[in-house]
Each structure stands twice: as structure tokens, then as C-alpha cells.
Design a protein around this ligand. Structure first.
Ligand SMILES: [Zn+2]
Length: 451
């Protein structure tokens, strides 16, 4: 009964207070997932053109960019016309952040940041419209798997922001909206009985979280003889990282053979696609224009390309031909589920790692990444755990912005998360060494070896 109360009363009220039209957008997406190719193309063209006209008029960065490219959005004839515009890099966003904002955004702008897969922090802004679209996309794809707004959801989350900031507010909101959050940072032998007790009382309909965290939780719970297959979980939603086949299998098995389903997106890019019941990743096409490029040319079905996205509903800070840095392949069109949205395959490039605290707790790498990336003036960083009690932080800074107490903040932040006994060495460098692949992982633990 309470889930109906949440769905029809609490959640709509919550969204209304925040000024978000999530329900209206959800209603539209439900219809748009079955549009035929022509109608869908028309819808996206209309949305893209409106976005570009707005950006050219109201956002100084794009005004100049369009002028430089000789591009007039008013004269657009087809979606492909956008391709005269250059790709947008993370570096450009860092340099031009202030000029990329729509100053008169209805409802204001909200600041976020991300470490990304490269370890370089990126600050960006969302408006209410974009938040509502991302939330609607999430609600829609939950419905694909039989989970409705208001159904009980267990979060096994990697982000410490959820547990350190606004604790009480979040608890209250979770209670209202039927969510239970278990901190990934606290998964340890000692805490498992308490966590299992909470889950038994809560009886979640689904689980949502980082696959590495969920897999770890299942493993530790299983090791101590706890069963997760009798708690009423119908489906597990994996997010934020690559879901490996072995994780999909082990998680599914732990929850009694339920489906484990995956999505792809990012903090800055939003909710890009989700698996349908046929196992195909459908792009939420009314919200996105997606390109796959390799050395500036389009790749074909089954070829690796960098995912370039244009978020059609990000008006407060538009992302137009944004280079995600993620690699994936365009998939075949058409799907037996009946949805017309195009598909993506073989998503790679979003792997993260764990660190192990001196007292033996496994922590998601993000817990220490947040410590470094939240400090102003950090350009690039890499965290290397040499021993359980020894961590090295390589850091490249903008000296004029980096605060005088920056180093102390890093050391204290690490001690707070890993324990006081940990020895933190902060080394300022001009260059962060890369892996042989050309990429670099932002956290490397020589202690954690999690399969
Ligand atoms: Zn499908």
C-alpha cells in the first residue's frame, strides 16, 4: 500500500517542490519509445534545433563557436548539419565553464563534479529540466523491468557524498520515497549482520548500485552464510561501471537467479542507455544524439568508437558534441522488444578499483577519489596504494588556485576514510605517468585483488 502512496502522492510532491516535471517527461517517453523511425527523427531534429538556437542566442561560448564554424542553427535542415561544429572536450569545458552557463536558467543551476575515467576532475552544471529528463529516463527503464516509482529500492552505492553530506535530510527523503541506502564504504565482516538485518526488515523489490559493490556485498554476505535469495528482490540494476559477465552471473546467483540489468551513462553525460528485457542497450533517443567516432570518422556496427553525445535537454549548460572518453560500438537497429530506439554494444572504459584499509575493509576507489577531486586547483591525480597502510598521491596542480591547506586536506581526508594509521605521501608532479594502453587509472591498489 505504501508504494502506491509514494507513487501517487509523495514522489509527485517531491518533484513539484523541486520544480521538476519528471512525471510529464515520463509520460512522453513511454509513448516515444515506440515511435516509428521517421517520427523519432523528426522529434529529435526539432529538439536539437531548438537547443542549438537557444545556445547560439543565450550562451556566449556557443555564440562564438557557431560564428567560428559559420553555423546558423536557424537554417538547419537535418540533424547531420550539426557536424560542422567541433567536438567539445573536457579541457574546453574546464577553461570556459563560466561562459557555458545559461545565466537565466529557470529554477537556477546546480553544480556537480566528476573525476571521470581519466582522473581529471570536471565541474559542470545541471538545470531542473535536465534533472527531470534524466530522472524520467531512469523511471522509464525501471518500468521495463517491472519496477515502478515508489517500489522499494535498495541502493548499494559507491558515492560517499550520499552518506557524508545531508545525512539526516537524505534519511528522511529515503524513508519517504521507499529507498534504503547501504554504504559501500562500510562493507566489512563486522557490519554485515547489521546490514542484513536492515535488508530483511526493508524487503526491497530491487537493488540498484555499482556492480563491483554489489558483487562484493554478495561475496562477503555469502561467506558468512547469509542468503539474499529470500528477500523478495526481483531485479538488480547495475550502474556507473562496466558490468562484467562474471559479476552478472555471481550477483544473479546470490539473489536467486534474478535478472541483473545494466545501463550506461555518466554524471556529466546523464542517463544514456539501458538494457531492455532482450538484453539490448537502447539509447534514450528523445534525450540524446549519439555519434561513434574513431579518428574523426564514423565507425560501423560492431566497431569501436568514442561515444560523442549531445544531450537534447541540457539547456542550462548544453553539452553539444561532447567527447565522453568512453569507448563503445554502435549496435544493430530494431529489437524484438518493440522499442525503436537504436542500440549500443560492448561498452568499455569505465573501470574502477578498490582500496583496502589497514583494518581490512574494502572501499570503493571513489571514496578516496572524492577527497582529491573536491579540492580546487587539482588538474590531474593518481592514487597508488603500495601497502595497506601506505598510500601515494601523485598530483598535478594549478599553483595559483590550489589552496595553502590543500595538502593537509588530502592527508586528513584519507585518514578519515582509511584510518589514522595510514601514511599518506603527497607528491606534486608535472606529469602523471600513463599505463601502457595510453590511459591511466586514477586509483591503483597493489593490495586489493578482487576478482
Ligand atoms: Zn529491446
Amino acid at each position: 500500500m505504501y508504494n502506491k502512496f509514494v507513487k501517487h502522492i509523495i514522489f509527485p510532491l517531491h518533484e513539484k517542490i523541486l520544480g521538476r516535471e519528471t512525471y510529464q517527461f515520463l509520460g512522453r517517453l513511454e509513448k516515444e519509445q515506440y515511435l516509428d523511425g521517421r517520427e523519432l527523427e523528426l522529434l529529435r531534429f526539432r529538439k536539437l534545433k531548438a537547443l542549438l538556437i537557444h545556445a547560439g542566442k543565450n550562451i556566449s561560448f556557443y555564440k562564438q563557436r557557431f560564428a567560428d564554424a559559420g553555423f546558423n542553427p536557424e537554417k538547419m535542415q537535418a540533424i547531420e548539419d550539426i557536424r560542422v561544429l567541433p567536438l567539445l572536450s573536457k579541457e574546453e569545458i574546464r577553461k570556459n565553464l563560466d561562459r557555458m552557463k545559461w545565466k537565466d536558467t529557470p529554477g537556477g543551476l546546480f553544480r556537480y563534479n566528476t573525476g571521470g575515467s581519466s582522473g581529471k576532475p570536471l565541474v559542470f552544471y545541471f538545470d531542473r529540466r535536465r534533472q527531470a529528463y534524466d530522472a524520467a529516463a531512469r523511471a522509464l527503464t525501471h518500468k521495463w523491468w517491472g519496477v515502478d516509482i515508489g517500489d522499494k529500492e535498495l541502493y548499494l552505492w559507491g558515492s560517499p557524498l550520499e552518506i557524508t553530506k545531508q545525512d539526516k535530510m537524505k534519511d528522511f527523503r529515503d524513508w519517504l520515497t521507499n529507498d534504503l541506502l547501504i554504504s559501500a564504504f562500510e562493507i566489512s565482516e563486522k557490519k554485515i549482520p547489521e546490514m542484513m538485518e536492515k535488508i530483511k526488515r526493508f524487503k526491497p523489490k530491487c537493488v540498484f548500485g555499482y556492480p563491483s559493490t554489489i558483487a562484493l556485498f554478495c561475496e562477503v554476505a555469502g561467506k558468512f552464510g547469509y542468503r539474499l535469495d529470500k528477500e523478495g528482490v526481483n531485479v538488480v540494476f547495475s550502474t556507473a561501471e562496466v558490468l562484467y559477465d562474471h559479476q552478472r552471473e555471481s550477483i544473479s546467483k546470490s539473489f536467486g537467479g534474478v535478472p541483473v540489468t545494466d545501463c550506461y551513462g555518466s554524471r556529466e553525460g546523464g542517463f544514456v542507455c539501458h538494457e531492455c528485457e532482450q538484453g539490448r542497450y537502447h539509447v534514450i533517443e528523445p534525450n540524446y544524439l549519439i555519434e561513434f567516432l574513431q579518428n574523426g570518422r564514423d565507425v560501423g556496427i560492431g566497431e569501436d568508437g568514442e561515444v560523442i553525445l549531445t544531450h537534447l535537454d541540457a539547456w542550462g549548460m548544453p553539452f553539444i558534441r561532447y567527447r565522453t572518453g568512453d569507448v563503445a560500438q554502435p549496435g544493430e537497429g530494431g529489437c524484438t522488444c518493440g522499442r525503436t530506439w537504436r542500440t549500443i554494444r560492448n561498452i568499455r572504459g569505465r573501470t574502477t578499483d578498490f582500496i583496502v584499509t589497514p583494518d581490512g575493509r574494502w572501499q570503493h576507489a571513489l571514496s578516496v577519489i572524492y577527497v582529491v577531486r573536491d579540492i580546487e586547483g587539482v588538474d590531474e591525480f593518481k592514487i597508488i596504494q603500495h601497502r595497506p597502510d601506505e598510500v601515494e598521491v601523485l598530483i598535478k596542480i594549478h599553483p595559483e588556485i590550489f589552496p595553502a591547506n590543500g595538502q593537509t586536506c588530502i592527508v586528513q581526508g584519507f585518514k578519515k576514510r582509511m584510518g589514522n594509521e595510514v601514511n599518506v605521501m603527497v607528491n606534486f608532479v608535472d606529469e602523471i605517468p600513463r599505463d601502457a594502453s595510453g590511459k591511466y587509472r586514477y586509483v591503483v591498489s597493489k593490495v586489493a585483488s578482487f576478482k
